[in-house]
Design a protein around this ligand. Structure first.
Ligand code: GDP
Length: 296
């Protein structure tokens, strides 16, 4: 992950670091290169712009050119701006509420939503000893409901029994009721996605939100979808109260631009990273670690 961006940026910044005095033209040139590296890594255009503007402002403010080690100062400013843009360190899933705590999962079909729901349930159950109930609200795709049930069996986490003919809101209410009666700590609601953002999906997700009043709403986005991921994120954050983002397929994301874009566009913390198809392919997100990796 981040190898592509990392090699480009560290190359540019290494060249700067090695130099004694820098001219304003040197800094301009370096910023152009940083911009190019970010664009190649599929960082959203608007994020690239605001990022390089911020670095430039800070560099001017810090009077880089007059300092003894201007190259190193620029490198530090780029690093700090990356960390700022990527967000706060290790924001955990918030479970501080009256149980059963409802967690709603939203995202497009194929983003890895069902897999991620099960991965999170496994982690809450195994590491935090929480009693978790999972429910699929995908009434249009019976296969999706069965997929969640099968993952539940595999990881030893209960799923709500499937009842046909119920609406997503009815299933959400039944899940929370079952959670209450069964003494569960957490109820995870895996909402239905579509292959593209559409009004029917958004209305459905908003209705479930009103009925279930989730304590956390996690948006699952495929990091490989690049600029499109940004549009998806913007659509969801405009309709429901997204409290965090999970970036999936980070294991296959050599360019690594999605993390930077996602945080900047949604303003929501990236809480977790999906790093594989297996149930333990889930990692915490640490901005400083990611920034270090990006800078090599
Ligand atoms: P949903 O339609 O959003 O519920 O997507 P699924 O959970 O069914 O996932 C779609 C495919 O992506 C499945 O084959 C998953 O195994 C795979 N997948 C999910 N998350 C990851 C991940 O982090 N890395 C990789 N490599 N594959 C993933």
């Amino acid at each position: 992950m981040f190898e592509g961006l990392s090699t480009r940026l560290s190359g540019i910044l290494d060249r700067l670091k090695g130099r004694g005095a820098l001219s304003e033209a040197d800094v301009q040139e370096a910023m152009r290169e940083v911009r190019r590296a970010l664009l190649e890594a599929d960082v959203a255009l608007e994020v690239v712009r605001s990022f390089t503007d911020k670095v430039r402002d800070r560099a001017v403010g810090a009077e880089v050119l007059k300092s003894v080690t201007p190259g190193q100062m620029v490198v530090k400013i780029v690093h700090d701006t990356l960390v700022d843009t990527l967000g706060t360190d290790g924001v955990a899933i918030d479970l501080v509420a009256v149980p059963p705590v409802p967690i709603m999962m939203v995202g497009l079909q194929g983003s890895g939503k069902t897999t991620t729901t099960a991965k999170i349930a496994k982690r809450l159950f195994e590491k935090q000893k929480k009693k978790v109930l999972m429910a699929s609200l995908d009434t249009r795709r019976p296969a999706a409901m069965e997929q969640l049930a099968s993952l539940g069996k595999q990881i030893g986490v209960d799923t709500l029994p499937i009842v046909t003919g119920q609406s997503p809101v009815q299933i959400a209410r039944r899940a929370i009721e079952a959670g209450r009666l069964g003494g569960y700590d957490v109820v995870m609601l895996d909402t239905a996605g579509r292959t593209h953002v559409d009004e029917a999906m958004m209305m459905e997700v908003a209705e479930v939100e009103r009925a279930a009043k989730p304590h956390e709403t996690l948006l699952v986005v495929d990091s490989l979808t690049g600029q499109d991921a940004v549009n998806v994120a913007r659509s969801f954050t405009g309709r429901v109260n997204v409290t965090g983002v999970v970036l999936t397929r980070v294991d296959g994301d050599g360019r690594g631009g999605a993390a930077l874009s996602m945080r900047a566009v949604t303003g929501k913390p990236i809480k977790l990273l999906g790093t594989g198809e297996k149930m333990d392919g889930l990692e915490d997100f640490h901005p400083s670690r990611v920034a270090n990796r990006i800078l090599g």
